[in-house]
Design a protein around this ligand. Structure first.
Ligand SMILES: C[S@@+](CC[C@H](N)C(=O)[O-])C[C@H]1O[C@@H](n2cnc3c(N)ncnc32)[C@H](O)[C@@H]1O
Length: 189
C-alpha cells in the first residue's frame, strides 16, 4: 500500500470549510461502528482531533455516560483552541500521533480520522503502534482516510494485532484490539 506524501505546510482552513459533510460522514461511521456495540464507559481518544468533530459526534451519538473522559490530541494549538462546546470532561492535549501522551491500555475507543494521510510514511508505523498501545484489550480503533489519500485496509494494523470488525463505508474501518494477546511484535522502528 502506498500513502501519498503529506500536504505541504499545516492543515488549515480549507478542511474546515467542509465541516457539514464531514460531520454527516462521521455520524454515519459512528452509527455503523455502534451497531456492534459501544465500549462501556471510560476514555475516548481522538487522535489528530482537529477541532474535535469526530469526538463530538461520538459523544452525541453514544448512550449518555458511555464516555466519562475525552482526550483530543493534536499538534496544532489553533485547532484545539477551536474545539469548543464538546461538553465537560474534554481535555485538549497538544501531541503527536506517533508519540501519544497517554499511558498503555487506557482507551476504550480511539478515533483516527484523516490523520495518517497527513503524516510522513516513516511516521505511520509509530502512529499505528501508538494507537495499539493506548487502546485497552477489547477496545476499538475507528480509522478513516479520504479514499483518494490512502487505504484503510492496511496490513500494518493487522501486523500489530488489530482485528478488523466492520467496514461501514469505503475509506473507513473499525478495528478491535482482541481480548487475547497473541504476542505479535510492535512495528515501531
Ligand atoms: C484533516 S484534519 C482531520 C481532523 C479531525 N480528525 C476531523 O476528522 O475533523 C487532520 C488533522 O491531523 C492533525 N495532524 C497532522 N499531523 C499529525 C500528527 N503527526 N499527529 C497528530 N495529529 C496530526 C492536524 O493538525 C489536523 O488537525
Amino acid at each position: 500500500m502506498r500513502w501519498p506524501p503529506p500536504p505541504p505546510g499545516r492543515v488549515g482552513w480549507s478542511w474546515l470549510l467542509g465541516l457539514g459533510w464531514r460531520r454527516r460522514r462521521v455520524r454515519r461511521l459512528l452509527l455503523a461502528a455502534g451497531r456492534e456495540g459501544w465500549p462501556h464507559g471510560g476514555l475516548l481518544v481522538d487522535v489528530g482531533a482537529g477541532t474535535g468533530v469526530a469526538a463530538g459526534e461520538a459523544l452525541r451519538l453514544a448512550p449518555p455516560g458511555t464516555f466519562s473522559r475525552i482526550v483530543l490530541v493534536d499538534p496544532q494549538r489553533g485547532m484545539l483552541e477551536r474545539a469548543t462546546g464538546r461538553g465537560t470532561g474534554v481535555e485538549r492535549v497538544r501531541g503527536d500521533a506517533a508519540r501519544l501522551p497517554l499511558p498503555d491500555g487506557v482507551a476504550d475507543l480511539v478515533l483516527s480520522f484523516g490523520v495518517l494521510c497527513c503524516m510522513t510514511e516513516a511516521a505511520i508505523p509509530s502512529a499505528i503502534a501508538e494507537s495499539w498501545r493506548v487502546v485497552r484489550r477489547g477496545g476499538r480503533l475507528v480509522f478513516a482516510v479520504p479514499r483518494t489519500r490512502g487505504d484503510v485496509d492496511d496490513p500494518r494494523f493487522r501486523s500489530v494485532g488489530f482485528r478488523p470488525v466492520a467496514d461501514p463505508r469505503a475509506g473507513w474501518k473499525v478495528y478491535e484490539k482482541p481480548e487475547v494477546d497473541y504476542g505479535l511484535a510492535s512495528p515501531r522502528a
